[in-house]
Write a protein that binds this ligand. Sequence first.
Ligand code: 9MR
Length: 872
Amino acid sequence: MTTGAAALAVLAGLLAGTVVTSPAAASPAPAVEPADEAPELIANGDFSEGTTPWWWTESSPGAVVDGRLCADVPAGTVNPWDAIIGQNALALAAGEGYTLSYTATSTVPLTIRTNVQLGAEPWTTELSATQQVGEGAERVSHTFTAAADHDAAQLVFQLGGSEKAFTFCVDEVSLRGGTAPPPYEPDTGSPVRVNQVGYLTHGPKNGTYVTEATEPLPWTLDAADGTRRASGTTTPAGIDTTSRQNVHTFDFGTFTTPGQGYTVTVAEDRSEPFAIGDDLYASLRTDALAYFYHNRSGIEIDADLVGEEYARPAGHVNVSPNQGDNDVPCQPGVCDYRLDAAGGWYDAGDHGKYVVNGGISVAQLMSAFERTLTEESADPAPLGDGELPLPEHGNAIPDILDEARWEMDFLMRMQVPAGEPLAGMAHHKLHDKAWTGLPTRPDRDPQPRELHPPSTAATLNLAATAAQCARLFAPYDAAFASRCGQAARTAWNAAKAHPDVLADPDDGTGGGAYPDTDVRDEFYWAAAELFITTGQDVYRQEVLGSPLHGVTDAVFPRGGISWGSTAGLGALDLATVPNRLSADQLKAVRGTVTRAADGYAADSGKAAYGVPYAPSDGHYVWGSNGQVANNMVVLGTAHDLTGKAAYRDAVLRGLDYLLGRNPLNTSYVTGYGERDARNQHHRFWAHQLDPSLPNPAPGSLAGGPNDAIQDPVAQSRLKGCAPAMCYIDHIESWATNEVTINWNAPLAWIAGYADDLGGGENRAAACEVAYTSQRWDGGFTTQVVLKNTATRALSPWQLTWSFADTQRVTDTWGVTVSQTGPQVVATPLSWNASLPPGGTARFGFNGKSAGQVNDPRVFRLNGRPCGVTPIR
Ligand code: 9MR
């Protein structure tokens, strides 16, 4: 799964070809011999651990044969760089001596070139040597002195230029030199750790202080002008096991004066500045959602929407050198048809598109929208048409649904066509045949694209998301909704017919494997979504009969739901979206959600950094920040269901953690906070490698601490790190610092949740609505009693809501109704235009419906929610 163990094939080769200098010219002074104890820079130089992190060009695929790395190079290559084997992420220091040595053979005598060079512009070479290689395995050495410091140089064996085909093998590769780097000491800045964005006016306000002191210490809260506003003493909390730091905590929750530029000082140490206010997360909601447009495949990213810096041509649309995603073959032997699988989102820093992972991501986007239909305090306005930077403005469909549709269209294209073997299943994934290097703009990816075999997990991801799509699009686009519904049912039936087709865990060349050996959770999720949408008993039986149903730890694992553990997505929707479970069954499902939330809230309460994430084995996994965010989604939903402040507080403490109150004093979200992550692993947002390219767009969440440190940068710098400190903001650290759709999706959900909290105060409801409908064949009659429960008269007033189905108002009494799609605005007539405090208005309407007639649950009077009572 070595996204970053990738080839810089074409660009490296081309440029190496233009800037190659002779070794003598590269280092005119006699080379400095490295000291005997000089450290080894090459990882896995004896290939005992397989091919990781070595890479090669597509024409000469590498494999370990008898303990050596061998590549079959075809006849007729022209330039040296037409066939390469290489390794990236080598750190060199100016003035230090290095020796490269290796043993190589070739079945045809040839001259190879070995370069140690920059892996991107300006492609500076520190070593460029030529060497005769033949059938005899001779040890070769080159010594050179580095002219400049390099963070991430590369070694390349350039093998091209031979008329004949040959096999090249290399072994015992070593690059020794420089001095061993001092043990890595991350720059953690101030020991006073706060949420670098800020704290809601009426929310919890906690921070952490790293110190050896064991007695309480005084803290002060200072305004931007330096005046002291509050003070107190810290609470010693002992050793935090996630960071191995001795820490104190402090609490300034009783201070509720909004402002910018506050700091907390403990002893002589001052925190990063932060705000206190009611409107801290509006831009994070929008930016976190904009991430998805930025990472769309198959469409130009428009400068008018995102700015020049982030604009780029459409990727994978059949314009050379792209192979195009509109006519994709299978891997050899997998199928003999081709699919139009254009569109969708790129998964992450790579250009793969995976149905398993696309599924959870689009589901969480759709759920962020669906929440506005079920939760009074959830504001639909920031998700509406014209609100997000995307090209579908003016189509009367909420922007967040437009974004979801971009992925849903792709997911449906991955379904095996009728008449083919495994018809109705979904291909697990589509990606490059071999890894590309960094940077590679999507439209410049030359790799062939391939469909990988269908899997049960992917098929159920399609069934679940397409079922959710069917109900959410019904009021906006009946044809699309029905296509989603059809795809969902077909996928479900195909999964039932083929319940154990698992993705190959070793299928990880050119893209991630996303293997999953247990699909009971995907069955549960898909059954739940199909049941909510259709109400059919067959799906109810599947939900209730699932071995996971009601088992809290199975539905919501302690470490969090994820692409590989999706049952919780079904449980969250069963608990919040109207459905035909009995009252007892509904209570049970809500109990599963709140029990899981109790666990996450307890974890947050115990943690010195407040994080609602405490996996039972103590390990921080790949994408731990995504797991933190997923736990926050469960907590936020539990808060919606019960109104209990403990759940809300744990969500907000989770935001504190992600935005700077953590062992590294880092905001993991680009553009938020003083010390934000900005070098995440991404093939276009690759500013660290090429200054002409942008950093990640604001609102991009880094994967975060991962104590398995699978990439070479993390391995060379972070060995022995404490779990919550195994992170480095370096573009080649793909195991700790990538960005992905499945981490940004829960970030968008929680940013919306936090934005909807306003200042976090208990707001009095603006109104109460009694809404009763009588259904008749093809239509309905509705009576509404509206009460102004606020203290001010409203004149004029306006009541808004959105139908979750195809109801259309036809004639009214007591109000005028205007309806756009499912969105309704009721305005008074002249005689009832003023609604005094405590006053009521009575009105009604008749209407038609092609399908269901569900009473709306969420109303806003003059934009303010009617009642913030827990979901009924
Ligand atoms: O997020 C995935 C993580 O859970 C896995 O442990 C890891 C290794 O299999 O892969 C991660 O997913 C990567 C995917 O395989 C390829 N695109 C980038 C993803 C994020 O790093």
